[in-house]
Design a protein around this ligand. Sequence first.
Ligand code: COI
Length: 357
Amino acid sequence: MDIKIELATESNISTLPQDSTKLGFGQYFTDHMFFMDYNTQRGWYNPRIEPRRDLVLSPSAMVLHYGQQVFEGLKAYRGEDGGVYLFRYKNNWKRLNNSCQRMVIPPVDPDVITAGMKKLIEIDQQWIPQSEGCALYIRPTIIATDPFLGVRPSETYLFYILMGPVGAYYPEGFNPISIYVSDKYVRAVAGGTGEAKTSGNYAGSLAAQKEAREAGYSQVLWLDAVERKYVEEVGTMNIFFRIQDELITSPLTGSILSGNTRDAVIQIAKGWGVNVVERRLTIDEIAEANNKGQLKEVFGCGTAAIIAPVKKFFYKEKEYQVADGQTGELAGRLYKYILDLQYARIEDPHGWRERIA
Ligand code: COI
């Protein structure tokens, strides 16, 4: 499929903060977007790059009422050698099409969206920030556009890619964060939509997020919805616990998002000889390990957050400090190694990096 290209007549790049460590997350957007339409007669058609613009949607567009939507999050990095790099993006396309299947959205052709994304990054590459921890965030999204209020899958969709330069996801920067264990709200249950990357999962998380913020914590740690005792994931990340000589993370049981960074952490840590274990872990076991001095570190990981060490957690009226409350040894090593890989500062033994410009 040929990609039509219409370039913007002017750039708004001058609105970027001079100091790229002040970028924050999700506030600035590049000049162009990739779009593609779907209808039942033509399938996905009309791939194109256009100046970034607001969308025109019917107020009855199905996505606005029933949330039939999926998205992804990935990054492009400016390498130390000036090149532009992507990291394991094929995994994002696999997860995107899995999310599509769950939300009854027609799958997209990975080759077409790869071509569209690469061209878009090439056009907007001057936006890729260079500071440590900063990157160009890429948000592929699909929305249901039928103007119809009955509940059924839409017959028309819009696929788009929005991009923007980002720094640290959390206001703490890359310093340790605090988390709040919710035993009142739940995020997902096997058979539900927790494994899909879809907007409703995040909408449903906001009440717990608000409660966490009000109590002075930055993120929610979700427990399983059935027994409310097994840890699952954090608001925008997967989570790892280092207890004695094990690095433990929840298995992908159907209610947890299969994170690209989670998978990278597992493979890297195993390669370093760390005893990585995917098993169910109760919050009581974690609290007890902490009380006995066996909880050495806790960290979250995700594309947006990279590696986020956890300094303390709150559960049932009690606050637990993790070890000395500082970034743990393994979290620090993983953070550095993953960034070194992404910025092409070291060899890539896994073949995860792809230079695209
Ligand atoms: C990502 O890590 O890319 C995500 O999609 C999390 C996002 C909700 C901020």
